[in-house]
Design a protein around this ligand. Sequence first.
Ligand code: ADP
Length: 435
Amino acid sequence: SDIETDVLVIGGGGAGLVSAITAAENGAKVVLVEKMPMVGGNTMISATGFTASDTALHEEAGVPFTVEDHINRTMDMGKDIPDEELVRLLAEESNAVYEWLTSLGLSYKLNEDEPWWIIPTEGHYGAQLVAAFQNEAAKHSDLEIRLNNKATELVVEDGNVVGAKVEDKDGNVYTIKANAVVLATGGFGNAPDLIGEYNPKFAGAHNVMSTAGPTGDGFRMATAVGAATRDMEYHQMRPLATPGYWIRESVISQEGLGGVLVNKDGERFANETLRPLDLVPEVLAQKDSVAYVIFDADVYATNNGKAAVERGGMIEADTIEELAEKLGLDAEVVAATVAAYNEGQDEFDRETMGKVTTAPFYGVEVAPSSHYTMGGLVFNRNAEILDEAGNPILGLYGAGEILGGLYGPGRLAGNNTLDDVVFGKIAGKNAANLK
Ligand code: ADP
């Protein structure tokens, strides 16, 4: 049945959990609805760390990465398309995020080669992060998490968002009335229709890299009440995804090393050294929109090759024929394809051909998959969601991957975890204080 609360948070990934915690810290009664049977979202599968500038870790290591460096690098990666005011806020808040996460018991070190990266001292990052947020949420008796509850529609009265319709796991629909709503439903990595709508050349992509929950519900709900979107055409994809891991493209493209991509017929179909985003439509055009990465022991000797084998579930074989059979491909055709490649025969203008000749050989089926939703809802420094005219939609806040304007076409890896926390905190605080 219908309920009332101060703040309703929709989505229980990193951004939603931080929003809910912060709203509760600011004295609000909070309900968080999560449509899956568990919290975590794609934050759970985040593998590496987050980006921060001017932290104690930089100071200790004597390796500077300043707030200005952080802003410049983010703007450069995004080809100056990101909103610089919001990027500045992100960078300026990053040390506070580092300190807060540390205070929750997370332990970090600096990646000194790439000093924007703050990485966990050990273990799987996403799982640690979500567990830390869950612990923190559990400290607040006024914060209720409702799993298996899916928001379906925002409720608007007199131009204000005043709650949402929610469906529980038995299909009962009820209303949660609230002073303010925080949308934190993540991206749309698991919504092939939305990916294809905004990026026709990626239509038909598989969803092997997303968890089940991020299906774009928040975009649909917010745009239905007039929210503006931006940068939707920059959806980030990876051509060589396997369940749980995206194989780094260098394993088939590195100069002097031998790696090839074949289709279900066992034939090459593209220049493997194309930019990853250009390789995506080439793979999507093949039968079942899949391809097979094949490389040899020389590639395995590289970091990315080893990681592809260990984390990408690659199969090993002593001969190309045996590998092809294990992959369910025609052994003769694949052997002929690889032999032709090794002789330098190429119809795809590949300039840097290596050779696939050193046993053992490795292979796996891959598919293009969404990696990150770069575009999203237009918002301001108060984490308010804006309409087409640039005015805040009263009562509606957003945090996390649903937001657009921080990345443009290129994302400094790690900024996304940072933005979950920075805008989660801002959204949670402002939602709690909206009277
Ligand atoms: P972010 O990093 O922005 O927090 P995540 O992908 O980690 O994004 O989390 C988004 C969460 O929102 C997921 O757990 C997903 O299941 C949840 N979610 C998506 N749509 C809805 C919805 N309609 N109602 C409730 N939860 C939702």
